[in-house]
Design a protein around this ligand. Structure first.
Ligand code: NAD
Length: 439
């Protein structure tokens, strides 16, 4: 049993805390958000993440997990301080490190014994060295600490499962002994553990996210070509994916990638590249294609409906992907924004993100269920592929709509079935835009 402090009680921090506690460690989770910590102490989760609440409560009851807002308290016995605070985009696309800086300064101010500072936040290459510098500046050259980079690869919506079943754990440090000590925490997960230097570990995270975003933008570019040529991108991706060198993952054409990681991480990597004199032309294209995916849907609707002014558009799904309430950089929100610019009236429903949406969406009718979002609509856009949207009563939906136009932004429906029900069905890259344009 090791003593671990986790700084930041967000998606990553809470999953990390709950899982490390569940693996038998003593974990103290710290956040500067007092309201969040107060809720957590009562066993109430500030986010929606399947399986999290049960695991948190169980480990709190077993005395292995507790929450605090005090750095002194959190670090009193800590051998490891995992930093899991946010690193949002700054004005030029760079990663904004102010929360990381604040966390590191707070650690440095109270630490009175050797601590291994483990950075789980996604941070630009070179941040580990910068963290060490901050600590040395505040505590002197002989301060007893080590810095390890341990980028996190979990996905929202399956955070607990991903943490407990990682494809790999990446650890980077100039202090190999410290990296090996962190590795011990993961041994029972029986996955490959790659120990490398700090900068390489930091780059692995950015390169991985940028690669996944590239796959999605790639298939979306193929989808656009499919639309013109009458091929079905879903089958194209299936046929490609059987090739073991390619694989099936991240080849789903749709409204594109979003969320709290890909957009900011691809931007930050491109920013790093430019800052150091290289031209990230592929990354720029990957971002361009992604922006276009949202525009293309609105453009198609304009072609189908003429002016969108005063047209009622229903949107199913607001979170950036299923099984999360996270709406940061959600494709649905960008589509809604574009529709509103054109004067459309938007009504939307999401199974988990209504509360989050209420905070940021203006002039959108937030509906109690998917059918209300379809009622009186001139078109319905499926924006997030929640399971509950896969089995809707489409006869009822069609009867409720003013015009039976269905834009399947995630290609989850069977085109033939939807057309048989009387819908004008449009997927992404499913060879039917062209047919329509020829009609
Ligand atoms: P989040 O916004 O959900 O949570 C961050 C938390 O940190 C907040 O609760 C905030 O109050 C707290 N915080 C901010 N400053 C603090 C400070 N000085 N001291 C203590 N707490 C502080 O963030 P997240 O989505 O969990 O992401 C955290 C990091 O992990 C980011 O760098 C992100 O890129 C990376 N990451 C996220 C995911 C994901 O799926 N969300 C996956 C992999 C990596």
């Amino acid at each position: 049993m090791r003593n671990i402090c986790v700084i930041g009680a967000g998606y990553v921090g809470l999953a990390t805390s709950a899982c490390f506690a569940d693996l038998g460690n003593r974990v103290v989770t710290l956040d500067i958000d007092e309201e969040k910590i107060a809720k957590l102490r009562e066993g109430v989760m500030p986010i929606y993440e399947p399986g999290l609440e049960e695991m948190v409560r169980r480990n709190m009851a077993a005395g292995r997990l507790r929450f605090t807002t005090s750095y002194k308290d959190a670090l009193a016995d800590a051998e490891f301080a995992f930093i899991a605070v946010g690193t949002p985009s700054g004005v030029d696309g760079e990663a904004d490190l102010r929360h990381v800086r604040a966390a590191v300064e707070s650690i440095a101010d109270v630490m009175d014994h050797r601590i291994i500072i483990v950075n789980k936040s996604t941070v630009p290459v070179g941040t580990g060295d910068w963290v060490a510098e901050i600590v040395r500046k505040r505590r002197g050259e002989d301060a007893d600490f080590a810095v390890v980079s341990n980028p996190e690869f979990l996905r929202e919506g399956s955070a607990i499962h991903d943490f407990m079943n990682p494809d790999r754990v990446v650890l980077g440090s100039m202090d190999r002994e410290a990296a090996h000590q962190v590795a011990q925490l993961y041994l029972s997960l029986r996955c490959p553990i790659l120990i490398t230097d700090l900068r390489t570990a930091e780059m692995i995270k950015y390169a991985s996210n940028a690669f996944l975003a590239t796959r999605i933008s790639f298939i979306n570019e193929i989808a656009a070509i499919c639309e013109e040529l009458g091929a079905d991108v879903k089958e194209v991706a299936l046929g490609m994916g059987y090739d073991k060198r390619i694989g099936h993952a991240f080849l789903d054409a749709g409204l594109g990638w979003g969320g709290s990681c890909f957009p900011k991480d691809v931007k930050a990597l491109a920013h790093m590249a430019v800052l150091h004199g290289t031209h990230p032309q592929l990354l720029q294209a990957v971002m361009d294609i992604n922006r276009n995916q949202r525009r293309r849907v609105v453009l198609r609707l304009r072609r189908l409906l003429g002016s969108l002014d005063e047209k009622v558009i229903g949107v199913l799904g607001l979170s950036f992907k299923p099984n999360t309430d996270d709406i940061r950089e959600a494709p649905a929100l960008e589509v809604i924004h574009l529709l509103q610019i054109e004067g459309a009236i938007v009504q939307a429903y999401d199974p988990a993100a209504m509360e989050a949406a209420r905070q940021v969406l203006q002039n959108v009718r937030l509906c109690p269920d998917p059918y209300a979002a379809a009622e009186g609509a001139d078109a319905l856009i499926l924006a997030t592929e929640w399971n509950e949207f896969k089995h809707l009563d489409f006869r009822r939906i069609k009867a409720l709509m003013r015009q039976p136009i269905l834009i399947d932004g995630r290609n989850i429906y069977d085109p033939a079935e939807m057309r048989a029900l009387g819908f004008q069905y449009y997927g992404i890259g499913r060879g039917n835009w062209m047919n329509h344009l020829q009609e």
